[in-house]
Design a binder for this molecule. Structure first.
Ligand code: TRP
Length: 329
């Protein structure tokens, strides 16, 4: 059985892109693997979020994980900051992480450009913390999107370096797990290729149906095609891509046909798309609302998750300390 580790930063609510890009696959993976799914609250601190919203952000993602079908009996679901062993491994790995390699990562350069007034050490060592998340459970597979490949490459490099340095094949080299064909990139509603929080083009997983309706109806369209069977512009293709994940094949086929014969009415298509998104998200939203109100359940889940995660993490830290020569008297 493979060990799988993945996390999502707690910076706000999850959107359809997160769901189809990651969550849905986490739910599948928990059946056949030893999974650790966590909420990366330490990673969210690089941008100095207001303390009054930090906890709510963690809670929202936790509830969205659970509402999407991640089962705390099958997978280990935990909050990163509940596992202090991760922080110790982060410190130890940092001794072998070099300024040159850390400052060269795309994510660091991008963040440094976006927040030049706050280029902190946490930002620089973001990849070491991520490596610690992964290596603390000695993962085989890490389900992440393309944007995380460079971080994973660094994780493998740190693992090799550690193994070489301390003379034992201790850490595995974790592989990115991309789900092959299944990885659907969800486009934004603004005609751009990717749904993203910072792009402001999202439909959130647990969003109010009225808002979903409003957002979809406002999505960019045009006058419609004038030539039969013409190629769709990106912003139209995006609507079809969304339809593909939430609507029935018949519905998709119907609007495709209308496009091909130049009879498409975008108002109708968007109404249908909004209805199908609402249909798809409603059970998730209802579970989310229930779970959010059940503090006792959340306490139970996070306690159990922290215990299971710490058990695995403590074993790693014990070994790593000994390998590095940190020994008790
Ligand atoms: N860096 C990841 C992201 O921004 C989140 C993350 C943190 C993560 N630690 C991880 C993902 C460990 C996988 C494994 O999406």
């Amino acid at each position: 059985m493979d060990t799988v580790v993945s996390g999502i930063r707690s910076t706000g609510h999850l959107h359809l892109g997160n769901y189809f890009g990651a969550l849905r696959n986490f739910v599948r993976m928990q059946e056949e693997n030893n999974c650790y799914f966590f909420i990366a609250d330490y990673h969210s601190l690089t941008t100095h979020p207001d303390p009054s919203i930090l906890h709510d952000n963690v809670k929202n993602i936790l509830c969205e994980y659970l509402a999407s079908g991640i089962d705390p009996e099958k997978a280990t679901i935990y909050v990163q900051s509940d596992v202090p062993e991760t922080v110790e491994l982060y410190l130890l790995l940092n001794m072998h992480a070099y300024l040159g390699e850390l400052s060269k990562t795309v994510s660091f350069k991008e963040k440094a450009r976006k927040q030049p007034e706050n280029v902190n050490a946490g930002l620089l060592t973001y990849p070491t913390l991520m490596a610690a998340d992964i290596l603390i459970h000695n993962a085989d597979k890490v389900p992440v999107g393309k944007d995380q490949e460079q971080h994973l490459e660094l994780t493998r490099r740190f693992a090799r370096r550690f193994n070489g340095m301390y003379g034992q094949e201790y850490f595995k080299e974790a592989a990115a797990y991309n789900f092959g064909e299944d990885l659907i990139k969800i486009p934004g509603l603004d005609g751009s290729g990717k749904m993203g929080k910072s792009e402001g083009n999202c439909v959130y997983l647990c969003e109010d149906p009225k808002l979903i309706q409003k957002k979809v109806m406002r999505a960019l369209t045009d006058q419609g095609p004038t030539e039969p069977n013409s190629v769709k512009p990106d912003y139209i293709e995006n609507l079809f891509t969304l339809m593909k994940v939430v609507s029935t094949p018949d519905t998709l086929e119907y609007f495709n046909e209308k496009w091909n014969t130049c009879e498409i009415r975008y108002g109708d298509m968007k109404k249908q798309l909004a209805a199908d998104i609402i249909n798809f998200t409603t059970p998730i939203r209802e579970r989310y609302l229930d779970i959010c109100n059940n503090e006792e359940y959340l306490r139970k889940v996070t306690k159990m998750g922290a215990e299971k995660a710490r058990e695995s993490a403590a074993k790693t830290i014990k070994d790593v300390r000994l390998l590095m020569g940190i020994r008790p008297f």
